[in-house]
Design a protein around this ligand. Sequence first.
Ligand SMILES: *Cc1c(COP(=O)(O)O)cnc(C)c1O
Length: 377
Amino acid sequence: MNAPSIESYIPPERLLMGPGPSNMDPRVLSALSRPVVGHLDPGFVAFMDDLKELLRYAFQTKNAMTLPISAPGSAGMELCFVNLVEAGDQVVVCRNGVFGGRMLENVKRTRGLPIIIDDDWGRPVDPNQLEDALKANPDAKLVASVHAETSTGARSDVQTLAGIAHEHDCLIIVDTVTSLGGIPLEVDAWGLDAVYSGSQKCLSCTPGLSPVTFSERALAKVRARREAVQSWFLDLNLLNAYWDDGQNQRSYHHTAPVHTLMALHESLAILAAEGLEAAHARHRAAHEQLRDGLAPLGIEYLVDAEWRLPQLNSVIVPAALQEREAAIRRALLDEDGIEIGAGLGDLAGKIWRIGTMGYTARSENITRLLSALAGRL
Ligand SMILES: *Cc1c(COP(=O)(O)O)cnc(C)c1O
């Protein structure tokens, strides 16, 4: 077989205003070109402790079990379900978009018994429905909900959902892939039990890592399992033998992705230096600038103001433009170098999902999108 002659891949410079990934801070990009070290190098082990401390700040938690999984957000989702769900466990899944649907799929594959509560896409999860579902199913053990539904741009009040879950002796699994770093998220104060996130949305890091954090209550359920976790790679106890600093005796589990972890460390250090409140305010300001610039173009929001995610703006494509919807996105990408997201499922062709996440959430980017979009309508 002849060796193929293929050149280096140099991607174009895009302004990433879709549902993720977001643009990276040059500091994070440069972290990716540092030397490689062994993943059990003493210096790297100290670095891992700093990384966990930075993650605890981002999540606002004291949970000892707080670490990044070496795989994307979907793996963090799967980790929560494979560790917490045992065959026959009843799990209430709150579904108001694509990612709630994926949680449901995880419950089925872990041989849990799902109880589904549905809310319209674009609406938050209704706490009253959760209350009713838990009253009707007193044996339920878990509740699962998405904090920031990236498929619709709606936030749900996971603090209230967690309170209801606990009143009914349930633990709650929460998807914070799009919320972490973009809107307030208080893992400890809200009583969230098993939480996963992603590196490439409001943290503006490379795709491919999933920060997770587990409360003591959640760990107790994992320890009390009757059967071993069916996924070897995502078994929290095995992973922790590498990440735990308890006895300072870390053992090989898998070769950690040294560079993506260094990039995450850099992006979390940037977030810590900015401060969570300032980062949230920056996302709000970007959202307000976008909203105010879209209004004169006749573009309105899908989600009620109270539940809108500032970092993921789901806007309704005006009826007169729906036929050209995909062509407009394509022209923005090809000619203006700007990526925005399409609608999913029933919302395909009807909405655009404009991400203002992480490093992308800056005024000059909003101005650039607004002027490009105005020229395409
Ligand atoms: C992006 C996203 C995921 C999946 O993350 P990947 O890194 O793409 O695997 C899960 N949940 C939500 C809400 C997301 O936005």
